[in-house]
Design a protein around this ligand. Structure first.
Ligand code: 3H9
Length: 686
């Protein structure tokens, strides 16, 4: 039964039970609608408490139903039915009341919540606006400013803040349902407040809407939904209730079918699927309650900070006392900056620092559950670290390398109990970036791999399993992208034109700006290693820039020039001359923004397909997550593999063939051709 009704005297308790998150499926909407009818018809009922079973209150509309025709009773009608019920409804919230779930509570006359609960309208994150009156009732409840903030950012609000903002009426510390029933009884002794539909919207200051539009547009970049959500709240403030409801519904329905909403829905499900890979179903992960990081450089300190953010005690190991001090200073700087930005309090920053022990002594690691190595990218150095770790740590401690390019199988060679070893590839800055590539070796125990996924959940990161190859999933695609960017220069495009085209596509930075920011030296070092292995990486221009020590912003110039103290890229005559020399045997083509973006993106998709074909990634959606969370690919484009499918794979194949004919890309790989024939990448391509 998705909806059950119990009686506590004159109060009816309606309990929703629709696991896992009580999403508002058609059956649940019908159940609640029927309950409202039945309880109105029962004269012995004086008030109704709406509560939920399981881990959360109603988490929203059933996102899985969005691709299908809407089925009655529609959610706006259900909310309106609860709102005009003859008896007052009181929502008893635990977990999250989100989207349609929060809208249902706005139909109720009162809202109470446990202190750990949160409420919000996250629809913009799915490329839509609230579709059941959220933008119209919320400003009537908590004012226009709060409503604008909530609907345009989608950020949920915790119960205490929600109480202060007037979003809920009370925070209940003990038994939620008992507290809600008591509130219901108390409410019956007082005059009822108006239903939200009957309340006015308070006026806003002059210029409010213009200022809000500017802020929202700047934050949303090219996402459509936040500005549409703002327009809905504005309509709620300026028109009557019914007109505003109709406008919101129309906006919701139009956006629901948009390519951005489809892409964001794809990412929503991909992110949730990523945390629970079916191949690890039923595997119990090794426990992680304490951790150590070897290496306190930028990466090691970032990883240690991420571990502390998840409240794990951390030991930081460095070579000598000076390096320990530098590592701790790096950590202090991270927490200081987090406190300065208001991300954490100064007390929390101090508490995080207090949970870190710096040492040079591996013996201190005898009892840790997890060690992550983040030292210099050199096989011998890393092997030496793992030999020492294997001797110092418990047999059931997980040993992980954060290598970006080395082969984890070779790093692990010879260590005792290799089943406890795996790759955990963080992205810099590790305390911020969401992506975690999990790289098992042939020997890694499933319980250890599962522990990698459990760790990602603890750190609030998106885990993606990657097979072993040069660069794993993300950096393997990055190499292709960089080579493409150079091919563009050799055939007539300029660095600013390429960067501008990729920004126009939605990336935060173009490939040349990004290299200048991160530094060209690491990739040069990797190319050197690859050449030593007999490979032939393609980077004729970057190689020449590195030869004259143009490593990017840090050396005053890379692809662009940077005057001292200034990070604004300026055109470089030196670079232009090098490009001209290297390009003399290449055909010059005309490049517009779309053609540039294609020349970067289509080979990226092709590489993604070959990554799927050789099993480096298990799912096309995993590749999308890697690009979105590790490399700034616009979420609203859904990632490169979703983007390819949305464009039509046959078109992608045709355009790639054209690029290949011009010598600008490899032809489509077999799996891409096969996917084009079948109309999609199947997740079974393992
Ligand atoms: C909306 O409401 C529109 C309305 O305004 C208008 C309508 C007219 N639907 O995240 P988890 C699944 S838009 C379907 O791992 P947690 C999820 O896929 C909606 N399924 O759990 C996963 O499935 P599986 C606005 C959903 O405890 C399982 O539940 N609401 C939905 O870490 C567990 O999910 C939102 O955007 C859904 N709405 O976190 C809220 N939500 O087990 C989205 C989840 O098969 N949800 N699933 O892999 C959340 O933020 C989190 O799920 C929540 C729980 C915080 C609630």
């Amino acid at each position: 039964m998705t909806v059950s009704i119990e009686r506590q005297g004159e109060i009816a308790v309606v309990t929703v039970n629709n696991p896992p998150v009580n999403a508002l499926s058609q059956a649940l909407r019908q159940g609640l609608f029927d309950a409202a009818e039945a309880l109105d018809a029962d004269p012995s009922v004086k008030a109704v408490v709406l509560a939920c079973a399981g881990r959360t209150f109603i988490a929203g509309a059933d996102v899985g139903e969005f691709g299908k025709p809407p089925m009655p009773p529609h959610l706006p009608d259900l909310v309106a039915r609860i709102e005009r019920a003859a008896k007052p409804w009181i929502a008893a919230i635990h977990g999250s009341a989100l989207g349609g779930g929060f809208e249902v509570t706005l139909g109720c006359r009162f809202r109470v919540a446990v202190s750990s609960a949160s409420v919000g309208l996250p629809e913009v994150r799915l490329g839509i606006v609230p579709g059941a009156g959220g933008t119209v009732r919320l400003p009537r409840l908590a004012g226009v400013e709060t409503a604008v903030d909530m609907v345009t950012t989608g950020t949920p609000v915790g119960a205490r803040k929600a109480h202060e903002a007037g979003l809920i009426d009370a925070v209940i510390e003990d038994d939620l349902v008992a507290g809600a029933v008591a509130s219901a009884r108390a409410a019956l002794d007082r005059p009822l407040p108006d239903a939200l539909r009957d309340r006015p919207v308070a006026a806003v200051a002059e210029g409010f809407w213009e200022a809000a539009a500017k802020t929202v547009a700047a934050r949303a970049k090219r996402e459509e939904a936040p500005l549409s959500a703002l327009a809905c709240v504005r309509r709620a403030a300026e028109a009557d209730f019914e007109t505003a409801i109709a406008f919101e519904r129309e906006t919701f329905l139009a956006l629901r079918g948009s390519p951005q909403a489809a892409a964001l829905r794809h990412v929503f499900f991909a992110e949730r699927a990523a945390t629970r890979p079916p191949e690890l179903a039923g595997v119990t992960p090794w426990t992680i309650r304490s951790a150590a990081v070897i290496g306190g450089g930028t990466m090691g300190a970032g990883i240690a900070a991420a571990l502390r953010d998840a409240s794990l005690p951390v030991i930081l190991v460095e070579r000598d006392d000076g390096a320990v001090e530098r590592g701790l200073a790096n950590l202090r700087a991270i927490f200081h900056s987090a406190a300065k930005r208001g991300r954490i309090s100064t007390d929390a920053a101090a508490e995080r620092m207090a949970g870190i022990t710096g040492t040079t002594d591996y013996a201190a690691l005898s009892d840790v559950d997890l060690v992550i190595e983040a030292v210099f990218e050199d096989l011998d150095v890393k092997r030496d670290v793992f030999a020492r770790l294997a001797a110092a740590c418990r047999d059931n401690a997980i040993l992980a390398t954060n290598t970006s390019y080395l082969d984890p199988e070779r790093i692990a060679e010879g260590i005792r109990r290799p089943e406890r070893f795996l790759g955990l590839h963080f992205f810099s800055p590790a305390q911020m970036m969401k992506l975690l590539e999990i790289i098992p070796t042939r020997a890694s125990a499933p319980e250890v791999v599962a522990a990698g996924f459990a760790l990602a959940r603890m750190l609030n990161k998106i885990p993606v399993r990657a097979g072993i190859c040069d660069g794993f999933i993300g950096n393997r695609i990055l190499k292709v992208t960089r080579a493409q960017a150079e091919r563009l220069l050799l055939s007539g495009a300029t660095p600013p034109a390429v960067d501008a085209a990729m920004r126009a596509f939605g990336l935060p930075m173009g490939p040349f700006e990004a290299q200048d920011l991160g530094g060209l030296d690491i990739a040069a070092f990797q190319r050197k290693a690859a050449r030593a292995r007999g490979e032939t990486p393609f980077a004729p221009i970057a190689d020449r820039l590195c030869a004259i020590e143009r490593f990017g912003q840090k050396s005053g110039g890379g692809w662009y020039d940077y005057p001292p103290g200034d990070r604004t890229p300026r055109l470089s005559e030196t670079v232009a001359a090098i490009i001209a020399e290297e390009a003399k045997d290449w055909p010059r083509l005309d490049w517009d923004e779309d053609a540039i973006a294609d020349c970067i993106l289509l080979p990226m998709i092709n590489e993604g397909a070959s990554i799927l074909a050789d099993g480096t990634a298990l799912r096309a959606s995993d590749i999308d997550l890697v690009k979105i969370h590790g490399y700034g690919f616009p979420r609203w484009r859904g990632g490169p593999m979703h983007y390819a499918q949305a464009q039509g794979l046959d078109k992608v194949v045709e355009a790639l063939n054209t690029l290949a004919t011009e010598g600008l890309a490899d032809p489509p790989c077999d799996l891409l051709l096969e996917a084009a024939r079948h109309g999609g990448f199947s997740d079974a391509s393992r």
